[in-house]
Design a protein around this ligand. Structure first.
Ligand SMILES: Nc1ncnc2c1ncn2[C@@H]1O[C@H](COP(=O)(O)OP(=O)(O)OP(=O)(O)O)[C@@H](O)[C@H]1O
Length: 258
């Protein structure tokens, strides 16, 4: 049997920012390949900090994060680059190159496979261009191939970002509040696109969301953070609405009820 890639094992991870703020406090979380995990929690709970630790956009203070057997917190140079290649990130603000075409933005998902000079010159192979076309078809955006990214709506830009993530051929997709800037129709489309990456391509998807109804609709597992700590972790079929009180109760409300 071929082992599926995309397992993320987070062990005893803490992150203390230079100003002393605790971003994460001894978080343990084992995510299996092919899961669709939604991380919920109040603003400031540590959701972004956790996602950014997983692809090492920032360093953790202690603990380990092992992705398909390799510890990204300790990796350097080529090894770090190779682990990162397997992790795609989708941001709230899309992070596209606004003045570049949709096609070029999608091809940027391949830069991890080229020397820097090649990607700067846009020397992408025919096979990669074909992959970009397939990815844009997947998110129903192929007709926009030659359009500049800044001419698209927010929802369309996010779908281009999803196509860019696809051509990266990752094992894990991280999405940090991907629908925060979108209306309900685009929210649905973007969440559906993420679900298809999970179901059709078998990718592990980890999404930060504020919305509990969306978490319930899409997740195979829900994880709750509060004040940097993991306070909740259940497969979707064991989740009930009351559970969210534990995640969303404000510290102040808790204190005043004592
Ligand atoms: N660069 C930073 N320097 C100092 N503190 C930070 C930094 N980034 C985040 N924090 C703090 O770390 C804690 C966790 O923040 P984080 O952004 O991870 O929360 P979040 O759950 O993603 O919130 P939101 O839903 O608002 O994005 C917060 O107290 C925040 O103020």
């Amino acid at each position: 049997m071929v082992e599926q890639n995309g397992a993320v094992s987070i062990k005893n991870v803490s992150k203390i920012y230079p100003n002393g703020t605790i971003g994460l406090n001894q978080v343990d979380l084992d995510i299996k390949a092919g899961e669709f995990v939604v991380i919920v929690g109040l603003s400031g709970a540590g959701k972004s900090t956790l996602l950014r630790a997983i692809n090492r956009l920032h360093d953790v203070t202690s603990g380990t994060i092992v992705i398909d057997g390799q510890d990204i917190t300790q990796a350097k140079g080529r090894q770090l680059r190779n682990i990162r290649r397997n992790i795609a990130m989708i941001f709230q603000n899309f992070n596209l190159v606004k003045r570049a075409t949709v096609g070029r933005n999608v091809l940027n998902g391949r830069v991890g496979y080229y020397a820097t000079w090649q990607s700067i010159l846009g020397l992408f192979s025919a096979a990669d261009k074909q992959q970009a076309i397939v990815a844009l078809e997947h998110v129903n955006m192929l007709e926009k191939y030659y359009i500049r990214a800044d001419e698209l709506s927010g929802g369309q830009q996010q779908r281009v970002a999803i196509a860019r993530a696809m051509v990266q051929s990752p094992h894990v997709v991280l999405a940090d509040e991907p629908i925060a800037a979108l209306d309900p129709k685009n929210t649905q489309m973007v969440m559906d696109d993420l679900k298809r990456l999970n179901e059709e391509l078998g990718l592990t998807v980890i999404v930060n969301l504020h919305s509990v109804p969306l978490a319930l609709q899409y997740a195979s597992r829900i994880v709750g953070l509060r004040a940097g700590q993991l306070v909740y972790d259940k497969p979707i079929d064991e989740v009930n609405q009351n559970d969210f009180d534990a995640i969303y109760v404000e510290e102040s409300a808790k204190e005043s009820s004592k």
